[in-house]
Design a protein around this ligand. Structure first.
Ligand SMILES: O=C(CO)[C@H](O)[C@H](O)COP(=O)(O)O
Length: 216
């Protein structure tokens, strides 16, 4: 898979004009479209669910990257895939049977990612790294857009890279939270393959241009 990818997060889009915002992303240099699903239990916020996913499926022409911040994600995987998810990432901290959930996502035809909260060490992935398509390192505590980037993320990127190489894994590294024009190049240089950006894209005057600049 191509790297240095940008996945704008719809969490910061204008939900009153969702079709317009998705069409803007279709026309932009965005590679993926990031869908943040929050349940008010795994994280202290509720975002949206299937009705929004249906709108995304109807209008998006990009790879749909779904980040489930929910408890018991295995119950909903199949339905998200039915609504067009190309990749589903589940939290290490939310899965009692992580290997089973990763297998389920892949068996149902999507790519599977595992997500680490800022306080979860990379070494917890040792026995799953060979099976996943992506590792998402949270660079903020999940639940809200527009938070400040946590600098410890750089150390975790290096550790994840080592783990991937030592296990002959093909997993991509995705970073999510507080990504902006000041840190994007440094994150790619450190080994990130995919950057999620919500606030930096949608609160800018020219979101399509910001997406271009995030790749430079
Ligand atoms: O997963 C998320 C929050 O839990 C969001 O994707 C993330 O915070 C991106 O938003 P921003 O770029 O505004 O920080």
């Amino acid at each position: 898979m191509k790297t240095k990818l940008i996945s704008p997060s719809l969490l910061s889009a204008d939900f009153g004009n969702l079709q317009r915002d998705i069409e803007m992303l279709n026309q932009s240099q965005a590679d993926w479209l990031h869908v943040d699903v929050m349940d008010g239990r795994f994280v202290p916020n509720i975002s949206f669910g299937f009705p929004i996913m249906k709108t995304v499926q109807q209008h998006a022409k990009k790879f749909i990257d779904v980040h489930l911040m929910i408890v018991e994600p295995e119950k909903y995987v199949e339905e998200f895939i039915k609504y067009g998810a190309d990749l589903i990432s589940v939290h290490y901290e939310a899965c009692v049977h992580l290997n089973r959930t990763i297998n389920l996502i892949q068996e149902k035809g999507a790519k599977a990612g595992v997500v680490l909260n800022p306080s979860t060490p990379v070494l917890m992935l040792e026995d799953i790294i060979a099976d996943v398509d992506l590792v998402l390192i949270m660079s903020v505590n999940p639940g809200f857009g527009g938070q400040k980037f946590i600098d410890n993320t750089y150390k975790k990127i290096a550790e994840t890279k080592d783990l991937i190489l030592s296990n002959n894994s093909t997993a991509l590294i995705q970073i999510d939270g507080g990504v902006n024009l000041d840190n994007a190049a440094k994150l790619f240089e450190a080994g990130a393959d995919v950057l999620v950006a919500g606030n930096a894209v949608f609160s800018s005057e020219n979101p399509a241009r910001t997406i271009e600049l995030l790749k430079l």
